[in-house]
Design a protein around this ligand. Structure first.
Ligand SMILES: Cc1ncc(COP(=O)(O)O)c(C=O)c1O
Length: 387
C-alpha cells in the first residue's frame, strides 16, 4: 500500500473548514489563497526573461481561482472555446492566452486567431488550414519529440513518443525545416513529472529543433510539474528554474534572438491549496476493512475516477470525539453515496475508526477535482470557498 501519507492541515484551516461546514453543510471545496499565491510566485520568480507563465485552465476554471492567478501575474492556457470565452470575460487579453487544441475546425481557428491568442497547431493538416486562413500569420507547432528521448508513461498515458496521438513527428518537422512561418515550438511531455532530468532531456531536444527555424521567437515547454505527497520526492522548482534559464540563455545566444519562454503549469499551482470536505454517513465492515460511506460522490470529486490506480489524495478526519483520532488505524476506503460500483473517493488507506457525523477531508484537491465534475450520477457540483 503506497497510500500511507497523512494529510496535515494547518489549525486555522481546520477551524475554517468546521465553520463553513456548520453554516453551509457539505460537501464543498476550500482553497487556501495564500498557498495558491505561493505556487504562482515559484514560477514568476524563475530567473529568465522574456518569459510568460500560462496557467492551464483545465486544472481549475473557477473564476475566483483565476483572478488570484491574474493578480499574481500569470497568464492562461486554454484548449477549448468555452474556456477561451471565459478567460476573455475575466479580462485576459489575446496576447495573454495560449490556445492549443487538436482537430480544430475552421470556426475554432478563426475564433482563437481573432481573439489574438498564440495558437498552437497539432498537425500538418492543421498547419495547412491555418496558412490558408491566415497566410500572413506565423505559426506555432506542437512537437512530438518522443523518438529523441525515452518517453515516460505518466498519468493519462503517453504525451510524447509513438504511443502519443499529439503533435508533429520529427519527420514532419524535418519537412518544414527552414520554413519562415514557424515562430514557435511547443511540447507537453507528460503530467505529474517529478524528475527534473526528464524535463531537461525533453527541453534540450525541443531547443535543438528550434535551430531549424530562422524566425523562431517562442519556445513553449508546456506543463506537467509533479507533486508528491511524499515531501522527500518533490520537484525542486528552484533548481528547475536555474536549469531552464541556463538552457534558454544558451539558445538565445546561439540563435542571436531573445527567445521567449512559455510554461503552462496546471496541477502544481493549486493542488495542494485545495481541500475537499464531506461527512461520514454510513459504515460497513468487510473483514478487517472499514468502508466509510460519505455524503458525496466521485462525480463531485472525480480525480480518483479518472486515475483509479494512481490518483492519491491523503485524508484527514475531524472527529467529533477527539479520542477517536488516537485509536489504532485500520485499513479503510471511502465510498460515495451513489450505486455506482466505482464510486470511491479514496481506497486502501489507513484511518482511525470513524463515526457518522465525522468530517472527512481529502487533500491535494485544488486541481483537476472541481474542474472535472461530471453530471453522470446526477449530483450537483460541490460548492467552492476561498480563504
Ligand atoms: C498542453 C497542455 N499544457 C499544460 C497542461 C497542464 O498540465 P499539468 O497539470 O500536468 O501541469 C496540460 C494538461 O493536460 C496540457 O494538455
Amino acid at each position: 500500500m503506497n497510500n500511507t501519507f497523512e494529510l496535515q492541515i494547518p489549525e486555522a484551516l481546520k477551524t475554517r473548514i468546521s465553520e463553513i461546514k456548520a453554516i453551509q453543510g457539505s460537501p464543498f471545496y476550500l482553497y487556501d489563497c495564500a498557498a495558491i499565491r505561493e505556487h504562482c510566485l515559484q514560477f514568476t520568480a524563475l530567473p529568465y526573461e522574456p518569459k510568460a507563465i500560462h496557467f492551464a485552465l483545465m486544472a481549475n476554471s473557477n473564476p475566483q481561482f483565476i483572478r488570484i492567478l491574474k493578480d499574481c501575474g500569470l497568464k492562461v492556457f486554454v484548449n477549448s472555446i468555452p474556456h477561451l470565452e471565459q478567460v476573455l470575460s475575466l479580462g485576459f487579453k489575446g496576447e495573454e492566452i495560449v490556445f492549443a487544441a487538436s482537430a480544430m475546425d475552421e470556426a475554432k481557428m478563426k475564433q482563437a486567431e481573432g481573439a489574438g491568442c498564440l495558437v498552437v497547431l497539432d498537425s500538418v493538416g492543421q498547419l495547412e488550414l491555418w496558412s490558408r486562413l491566415f497566410p500572413l500569420q506565423g505559426a506555432c507547432l506542437r512537437c512530438n519529440i518522443g523518438d529523441q528521448v525515452s518517453p515516460k508513461q505518466t498519468l493519462g498515458g503517453y504525451f510524447i513518443g509513438k504511443d502519443s496521438r499529439l503533435g508533429f513527428t520529427r519527420e514532419e518537422l524535418q519537412q518544414l525545416k527552414g520554413d519562415p512561418r514557424i515562430r514557435g515550438l511547443h511540447s507537453y511531455v507528460g503530467t505529474n513529472i517529478l524528475q527534473l532530468s526528464y524535463f531537461m532531456d525533453c527541453y534540450r531536444k525541443l531547443s535543438e529543433l528550434a535551430e531549424w527555424f530562422p524566425n523562431l521567437q517562442v519556445l513553449d515547454f508546456g506543463g506537467g510539474f509533479g507533486l508528491s505527497e511524499d515531501p522527500s520526492q518533490q520537484l525542486d522548482l528552484q533548481d528547475y528554474g536555474a536549469q531552464v534559464s541556463a538552457l534558454m540563455r544558451q539558445l538565445s545566444l546561439k540563435l542571436g534572438a531573445q527567445i521567449r519562454l512559455i510554461l503552462e503549469p496546471g496541477r502544481i499551482i493549486g493542488a495542494e491549496a485545495g481541500y475537499f470536505v464531506c461527512e461520514v454517513v454510513d459504515l460497513k465492515t468487510r473483514g478487517k476493512h472499514q468502508l466509510i460511506g460519505v455524503n458525496a460522490s466521485c462525480a463531485q470529486f472525480p480525480r480518483p475516477l479518472f486515475y483509479p490506480d494512481e490518483a492519491f489524495h491523503p485524508v484527514a478526519i475531524l472527529a467529533q470525539n477527539e479520542a477517536e483520532a488516537n485509536e489504532e488505524k485500520i485499513l479503510s476506503s471511502i465510498y460515495g453515496c451513489s450505486t455506482y460500483s466505482r464510486d470511491f473517493l479514496a481506497r486502501d488507506i489507513l484511518l482511525p475508526p470513524v463515526k457518522p457525523g465525522d468530517t472527512v477531508i481529502l487533500g491535494y484537491a485544488g486541481s483537476y477535482c472541481a474542474s472535472s465534475y461530471t453530471h453522470f450520477l446526477g449530483f450537483a457540483p460541490a460548492r467552492e470557498f476561498f480563504t
